[in-house]
Design a protein around this ligand. Structure first.
Ligand code: GCB
Length: 594
């Protein structure tokens, strides 16, 4: 599925703005059949939870309705008309007037409905979307809905970030010609100083010719070809490098035998290679060391709604700290984020929404699950198929982004439990088939040790989440340092693969200071990070450090969280804590290390 882009043959009408909004419990039956009778309006894109003061809306479990009118441009006659949602969290039912036009489950990937035969150019239609936020043991992330004593549904889940829901990414009405480019896949390599660009075009329509050309940033055509499949050679190629992005455009045209242009689509791409060799992570054949963060899509009021102002500011702060990369913890981020990373040379580890495949977390620090995680009644049943579908949609969406250098299949799965290998083996096989070019990883939970992990050998890079000095040995950094080093050396020795820290950090209340190792103080956060860095620098197989988290973020209510998770080195409003300056000194090389 291609990202919506205008071209000489394609138009887009943005449908963002205020839509009518109502809880299902307050709407009439089959609310898509008429104008939604509600005093409320909700912005798109945004999560709906924090917009209203009514607690029933914030904590709602189930379906809500969004509705607006849409007019199809008059000039679109003879065109194919496609409605596209960037994401709906977590499941959607979409109606055009009285008709169901599409359904989709999975809260962080796009979906489309072909409306060509349903709507008419120049005419208006009523667009209604039902949005379901329920998480079950057949969704990713998973969760459980129970009924409280008062008969109300209650949602619980196994991850700590708040279950924001709604239409969180842009909605667009797009026109394409009926004969059109449906999909493009670009894979790049190098041959000496030349770039080799293998492309595959999927076209729908008649027997028209496919013309392909690569254009550089100055607008010069540097290579061209014809046919749905082929290889372009760019002499003296300018590589896409971390910190020094360079993008070419692949212009794909469908042309009639008489020379008439039927469709045109421009796919940006970067020429770069990614490879794991021994214990090195190589980009363009050069060792790359990840510095950066696990992030979240999370801002005040908007929740997980995409926001270009926060996008720009967050990337400014990444650059300011000297971060060269981030992980899309714990779900695929908006396409706008990856496009920006492509243009600005920021490296991305792209993660699925598979967070919480671990019942051990219910056992607290013991990690003992109440029932086995991969038992058929838990995640050993249909979840594997659900997970496979999430991976297909992720790779289909993100395969052409040069910024994406690795797929992360899951965060903190129960990789130490029986059944983990049987669960992950087919998924790893699937991803390697869909994309043989990118390395694979998963983020290992603290209960998974170098001794009991069952899946590390299936992957290319070992990403380790650890909280020594926070959840374990709280306030005792000396003991934490000993255990951390032993643990990380264990992973490096057992697997002989690159190891990176995918999470480490400490909750920190800005403004709290101490001369001692006092958890929650700004000094403790900085000292804990410095302790981890000493250990990393002693382990040769180490390829990166991603602090948890870039910024404070909202969580569900709990006695160990005060208005959310405070492990950010920036506050939720993006103000720096002391640790941000300490990281900047290390990552910008101001401490003399570089
Ligand atoms: C983890 C999770 C992350 C949490 C973090 C924490 O291991 O991967 O989602 O937010 O710990 O702060 O507890």
């Amino acid at each position: 599925m291609l990202s919506p882009r205008t071209s000489p043959t394609r138009d887009i009408v943005g449908l963002d703005g205020l839509w009518r909004f109502a809880l299902d419990s307050r709407a009439t039956a089959e609310p898509w059949r008429a104008r939604l009778d509600t005093p409320l309006e909700a912005p798109v894109p945004a999560s709906y939870n924090d917009l209203f003061t009514d607690p029933e809306i914030r904590d709602h479990v189930g379906v809500v309705w969004y509705q607006r009118e849409v007019r199809v441009p008059r000039g679109w006659s003879g065109q194919r008309v496609v409605l596209r949602f960037g994401s709906v969290t977590h499941a959607a039912q979409v109606y055009v007037d009285d008709r169901l036009v599409t359904e989709h489950t999975g809260g962080y990937t796009p979906f489309e409905a072909d409306l060509t035969d349903v709507v008419a150019p120049g005419a208006e239609f009523r667009l209604t979307a039902g949005v379901d936020n329920r998480l079950t043991n057949e969704t990713l992330p998973p969760g459980t809905v129970t009924t409280g004593p008062d008969g109300r549904p209650r949602q619980s889940y196994l991850h700590d970030f708040y279950n924001y829901a709604g239409i969180a990414r842009p909605v667009r009405l797009c026109s394409t010609p009926r004969s059109h480019v449906e999909d493009i896949t670009v894979v790049t390599g190098r041959d000496g100083s030349a770039g080799v660009v293998d492309y595959l075009v999927e076209a729908v329509g008649g027997a028209e010719e496919v013309r392909v050309r690569a254009v550089d940033e100055a607008g010069a055509t540097v290579a061209s070809s014809t046919g749905t499949e082929g290889s372009l050679r760019i002499e003296d190629v300018t590589l896409w490098r971390p910190g020094a992005a360079y993008l070419y455009d692949l212009i794909v045209e469908l042309v009639c035998p008489d020379g008439k242009l039927l469709d045109s689509y421009t796919q940006p791409f970067g020429v770069r290679t990614v490879e794991v060799r021994g214990t090195d992570f190589l980009i363009n054949g050069e060792p790359f060391y990840f510095t950066g963060f696990g992030k979240h899509e999370d801002t005040p009021v908007r929740g997980k709604g995409h926001d270009d102002a926060y996008l720009v500011h967050d990337f400014q702060l990444l650059d300011w700290t000297g971060a060269n990369s981030f992980r899309t913890a714990h779900y695929p981020y908006a396409e706008e984020v990856l496009d920006f990373a492509d243009r600005h040379g920021v490296v991305v580890i792209d993660e699925t929404a598979a967070v919480g495949l671990n019942l051990g977390v219910q056992g607290g620090l013991t990690g003992v699950p109440p029932t086995p995680t991969f038992a058929p009644e838990n995640f050993g049943g249909v979840m594997g198929d659900v997970h496979a579908q999430h991976l297909r949609e992720l790779i289909e969406r993100d395969k052409n982004h040069p910024s994406v250098v690795m797929w992360c299949l899951a965060n903190e799965p129960a990789s130490n439990e029986e059944g983990a290998r049987e669960y992950f083996e087919p998924l790893v096989e699937l991803v390697r088939k869909l994309d043989p070019t990118r390395p694979l990883t998963y983020a290992a939970v603290m209960f998974a040790t170098p001794q009991n992990d069952r899946i590390g050998d299936l992957f290319d890079v070992l990403s380790i989440n650890r909280y020594y000095g926070w959840y374990l040995f709280t306030g005792d950094l000396a003991t934490a340092e000993t255990y951390l080093e032993q643990d990380l050396r264990g992973w490096a020795e057992r697997f002989g693969k690159p190891v990176m820290m995918s999470e480490y950090g400490a909750d920190t209340q800005p403004g709290l200071h101490s001369v001692w190792d006092a958890p929650w103080s700004e000094e403790y956060q900085s000292d804990l990070l410095a302790m981890y860095h000493r250990v990393f620098d002693r382990i040769p197989a180490f390829v990166g450090e991603h602090v948890w988290n870039f910024a404070d973020f909202q969580t569900s209510a709990g006695i160990h969280r005060v208005d959310g998770n405070k492990k950010g080195v920036f506050t939720r409003e993006r103000k720096p804590k002391s640790a941000a300056f300490a990281l900047r000194r290390r990552w910008q090389g101001l401490d003399g290390r570089k």
